[in-house]
Structure formats: C-alpha cells, structure tokens
Design a protein around this ligand. Structure first.
Ligand code: COI
Length: 357
C-alpha cells in the first residue's frame, strides 16, 4: 500500500468529464486519455509545484529544449482493478528506479520518490473510474520528463517538467506477432543510451519498423551493431526463447532496456525451477533450433506488450514459423500467473502489487 505522503498536490478538477464517451468493451492501446494529468516542475535546483489539472494540450514555446535535442525520458506502467474494485499498481518502485537511471544518463534531475508515488496515487484516486476491470485491459500510465528551458544552445536544460498521463488500454498486440530480424539499421551501441527509456530510442526505430511492416511484419528484432548476429530486443519489448526446456534471454547491458516484465518473467521461471539463461543468443542458434524442432517458444515481454507470442521470424528472405502455441506453454503459464498476481487472485509472494485504493 502506498502511504499518503506529505507533499502538497494542488487539484483542479475538470468540469467536463469525458468518461461517458469511454467504451470499456472496445479498448485499444494508448488512444484515449483519462480526465486529469499530474505535473511537477523543476526550477532553482528543486522539484515543486505538484498539481493535478484537466488533461489537455500543453502550452509550449517553440524554443523548448526537449523539442530540439530530445532531452525527454519516459516510463510505462499499469494499474489494475480487481473484482472488489480495488486498484493496484504493478511494481511502481521499479519504474521509479528506472526513470532515475534514465534521468542520470540524459543529464536530468532525479524525480523524488514521494513526487512520483504521490502523483500516481492522487491522480489514479481521482480518475479511478477510468481504470478498466476487464481481463486483458488496464490503465496504462505514462510518466515522462522533458527539458523545458527556452534555449537552443546545446546543453542540459536548467528547468524540467514531470507529467503523468493515463490511458485505459487494451492489448498492444491482439494476435501473435510476425517479426523481422533487422540486419541493416541499428538501435543501440555500447556506450550509447539503449538501456534507458529515452524518447529518441523509439523515434529512431520508426523507419526500419515501417519498412518491415511494408513487408507484412509487425515488428523488428534488433541485432548487435557490430555483426548483426546476436539478437537484442524487439521494438517494444524484450525477447525470450524456449529452446529444449531452457528459457533464454539476452543479458542486460548498454544496449538492452531493463524490462520490468522481463525481470518478473525471469523471477517466476526461477521460482518454478525452470532452467534460465541470460546470455547472448544468435540468429543462427534460433534458426538451427527452429529447423531441428528444439525451438518451442519465442515471445516478447513488456509493460504495453505484456507477453506477446511470436508466430513467425523472418531472416534473410526466409520466414521461420514457430510451433502452435499450446495452452500449457511457458509463455501462456507465465502470462496467466502475472494476470492472477495483478488481479489479486494468487498470493503476491514478491510483493509486486501496490494497492492505491
Ligand atoms: C511500454 O511497454 O510501456 C513501453 O514503453 C513500450 C512502448 C509502448 C513504447
């Protein structure tokens, strides 16, 4: 349970709620936004001015530094409502830790825990009727920080704004995905910013993804910058493979985002005494395993994507189909267990859920 913290949050409620327009039965990902948003400002070397205001356009000078040099970072997290109407966040402290890792790498001031958590608590308490209850849906939460100096010299901004917006959302992928192994473009290099949630990491992925989508794929799999042989992550998620009975995923490092869902899946696999290997995995290994029948599962993990089955992997003009997804597959089992933890249907032994109301 997140305890009420001492920071003062000014609240300006909307006089025109849009909740009646929301169709809870037909939710897409990230298309509609709840009535309110949270903001806090950083100036004179400290965070303050925490407030909740109606969701809406943000006035901004054309010289705002974030627009020019990409000093912008974000998080993705979710709130769930159980059958009793209680609302909980999944692992918010992990998101808080990660946004501050991103902040450090992007020369931005860390956001204090009490602003991060109290902003979430108050905002979701106010917009609690926007949190969906249906299986597979949730309130997707997007905290983000941008540099706000009105200055176009290249330097870290002296002022920042932290926002939290929320979006009742359904599944990011509503069917198993087809992915293309990318061997031309590069997402991240050693020493770069691939391990943080910097907005620019996603902007640079759009063009290669668009080319892959033109060929009929949903997403790309990034490969290492040197040889394009080792699999890194997919556009919106970390990658996992089950080869024989071993769960294999790329180890964390400069080029890999430390996914919170990734960590949760690995933790559950270890709880279940499954053999887990965090090691480099090459496309050759995956193709050989596909050919000899030892590749049983491939899936992505992410907050938005949750557990996304991979149906087909394209590499050098050949498509490799994955076996049919069986109900007792590891990916299905772990997806179900995560949903049960989030909905409070099984014991939360790792204390991942933070009840907010
Ligand atoms: C998330 O999974 O929360 C992400 O941030 C990935 C993507 C939607 C940008």
């Amino acid at each position: 349970m997140i305890k009420e913290k001492t920071i003062e949050v000014k609240v300006q409620k909307t006089s025109n709620s849009r909740i009646k327009e929301l169709d809870f039965e037909n939710l897409y990902f990230g298309k509609v936004f709840s009535d309110h948003m949270f903001t806090a400002d950083y100036k004179n070397n400290q965070w303050g001015d925490a407030q909740i205001i109606p969701y809406g356009p943000i006035p901004m000078s054309p010289s705002t530094s974030a627009l020019h040099y990409g000093q912008a970072i974000f998080e993705g997290m979710k709130a769930y409502k159980n059958l009793k109407g209680e609302v909980s966040l999944f692992r918010p402290l992990a998101n808080h830790k990660r946004i501050n890792i991103s902040a450090e790498r992007m020369c931005m001031p860390p956001i204090p825990e009490e602003i991060f958590l109290e902003g979430l608590r108050k905002l979701i308490e106010l917009d609690n009727n926007w949190v969906p209850m249906n299986e597979g849906s949730s309130l997707y939460i997007r905290p983000f920080i941008i540099g706000t100096d009105e200055f176009i010299g290249v330097k870290p901004s002296d002022t920042y704004r932290f926002y939290i917006i929320t979006s009742p959302s359904g599944l990011y992928y509503n069917r198993p995905v087809k992915v293309l192994v990318e061997t031309n473009f590069i997402r991240a290099v050693e020493g770069g910013v691939g391990f943080v949630k910097a907005s620019g990491n996603y902007g640079r992925s759009l063009y290669p993804t668009k080319l892959a989508q033109k060929k009929g794929y949903d997403q790309i799999i990034w490969t290492d910058a040197q040889n394009h042989r080792y699999l890194e992550e997919s556009g919106t998620m970390n990658l996992m493979f089950v080869i024989d009975d071993v769960l294999i995923t790329t180890p964390l490092g400069d080029t890999i985002l430390a996914g919170i869902t990734r960590d949760s899946v690995l933790t559950l696999a270890r709880d279940w005494k499954m053999k887990v290997q965090e090691r480099k995995i090459s496309i050759d290994e995956v193709i050989n395993a596909s050919k000899n029948g030892s590749l049983h599962e491939a899936f992505g993990t992410g907050t938005a994507a949750t557990i996304a089955h991979i149906a087909q992997i394209g590499f050098e003009n050949i498509n490799y189909d994955l076996p049919e997804i069986l109900p007792h597959s590891f990916a299905n089992r772990v997806a179900k267990e995560l949903e049960n933890i989030r909905r409070g249907r099984v014991k939360d032994i790792h204390k991942w859920m933070y009840k907010i109301l």
